[in-house]
Design a binder for this molecule. Structure first.
Ligand SMILES: [Zn+2]
Ligand SMILES: [Zn+2]
Length: 129
């Protein structure tokens, strides 16, 4: 598997893992120098997803956001106004997870979820309108 890890894939994985929030393919592109074309990036992202290094999530738009799969859990807040994503650490899933493992005779290895809503900045902008 190592052999199939091109420098570009390595670099993309590093960008995603170092990003504080999930990012889109075009955000990855912005950080690469020299710039490959976007379809090359999509192919690399596809590869990283298939191999389990990266996960993707799409919110209310078509765009996929990518984040590192190393963490056992990730939680996001997605603003429907400005599409900004924030990460939060509080996890309430542990207890639910235990119940589900028991009920379905399952070993859960990871989870991610998001809440969507309107961020502080967008709420203020709405008031200003
Ligand atoms: Zn917002
Ligand atoms: Zn969690």
């Amino acid at each position: 598997m190592r052999a199939s890890f091109t420098d570009l894939r390595k670099e993309i994985l590093k960008i995603i893992e170092e990003s504080a929030q999930p990012i889109m393919a075009k955000d990855v592109l912005n950080q690469l120098e020299p710039k490959p074309n976007l379809s090359t990036i999509y192919r690399a992202l596809d590869f990283l997803c298939r191999k389990g290094f990266v996960k993707s999530v799409s919110f209310s738009t078509d765009a996929n956001y990518y984040f590192g799969a190393k963490k056992a859990h990730s939680h996001f807040l997605y603003c429907k106004g400005c599409s900004e994503i924030q990460v939060f650490d509080q996890c309430f899933a542990e207890k639910i997870q235990k119940n589900i493992e028991h009920e379905f005779d399952y070993k859960i290895t990871d989870h991610f979820f998001y809440f969507s809503g309107i961020c502080d900045g967008c709420r203020h902008r709405m008031v200003d309108l």
